[in-house]
Write a protein that binds this ligand. Sequence first.
Ligand code: KIV
Ligand code: ZN
Length: 510
Amino acid sequence: MGEKIYIFDTTLRDGEQSPGATMNIEEKKRLARQLDRLGVDVIEAGFPAASDGDFEAVREICKVVENAQVAALARASNGDIDRAWESIKGAKYPRIHTFIATSDIHMQHKLGMSREEVIAAVKRSVSRARSYVHNVEFSAEDASRSEWDFLVQVVETAIEAGATTINIPDTVGYAQPQEFADLIRYLKKNVKNIDNAVLSVHCHNDLGLATANTLAAIRAGARQVEVTLCGIGERAGNAALEEVVMALYVRNSYYNVETNIKKELIYPTCRLLSMIIGMPIPAYKAIIGGNAFAHEAGIHQHGVLKNRLTYEIMTPESIGRPPSELVIGKHSGRHAIQQQLEQLGYRLTKEQLDIIFQAVKGLADKKAQIFLEDLEALVLEEIYRIPDKYKLKYLCSVSGNMAIPTATLKIQVDDQEEQISEFGVGPVDAVFNAISKLVGKQPKLLKFSVNAITGGTDAQGEVTVKIEEGGKTAIGRGSDPDIIVASAKAYINALNRLARKEEEKIWARV
Ligand code: KIV
Ligand code: ZN
């Protein structure tokens, strides 16, 4: 057995800062439960001082996480640290994660602080965090652009003040693998109390090197890595959990380290995130993309047929990708459906399972084959859809090369049903015009995308829309074998989320 690498997942904090990846509290709890099952060691649940919504979400996440440590982020100020502690004190294994920038450019232009003032702030903030909890992480923001000897001083101070984990972020994705590894070695060699803390790295992907830098740091002695599912995060994102974990696994003899991750839950967990934030996983994405295990070139297909190892360095099963054959049919029982759902990370009550069971039967009448992705779409559609202000009751769409595209709709607004007809340049335009007129809102449509959930012309269409009104944004998703109906569902879902944001005063971060 090699040494252990601690997996610190920051999907719910840094990942949520990814444009369009905002999640509500229920969605964050669902994802946190799944991350816990996946076996991550630390879940960074949020930045409680950022807003009341973030604070509440962290508190709620603490209640559902059973095994992982739960971390809350705080700037190096008493107010932030107190708020972080308030939010995580209910966790089984709480961690305060405090940070301050240490590069000259950040200290001068962002903080307006001298090196001496930053050192004093490190000492003060880590000590305050330690007055609440033993488990304290300190991050030197923009460490990769900091002067190395100053960084040595900062890290030494943080450990002296009681930090148990020291994180070295490549905040702007500037580092190069060899150089970053050298920095880690330099710290290990020159920080005199370095053995009293776990050394961690946190890499951004601006130059496409987040995973490479993370792995290079592990080779140089880092023992915690900060990652996100699918690599989502600020700007170009963070190091992807699935890439780092699978590199360590596939190249075990090279790295000789272990993680706690249950690899067969990697794919379902990434899918869950993708469904929650309404962003499809790109087909070309390493490990989890639709094409990651597809062999197109004849010569490759020939090799794989003879022996999979000719062109496959890992199996789809090892990350929990379902085989692409039919999994659910009209005659599948509740138990089979429940089992499949559990594998995908959904634990439903008996009543919820009944709803899905009926929905599967309904879908089986329209569609010849039902795949796991269809099942997943049904769960999101039927179970996790947020309580709706607007509900689609009826839709008739007319279009064609000799018809003016027209949509006739009936929508329930709170308790009242209303109907309307409208025209458009195409059927989706007609539907959106009708819905907008009926609900009395004209949001700007920022994104409209249609995906076939599975193959075949009877595949369910999965539509994602992003809208904006008055500076607030919302994402909506809808799926249906009819893409016009899926579009209407997605648009109404986004309007419902926008309405809910207005009620909760949760502002989307764009
Ligand atoms: O990228 C970064 O520097 C961060 C820190 C707050 C850890 O996210
Ligand atoms: Zn970051």
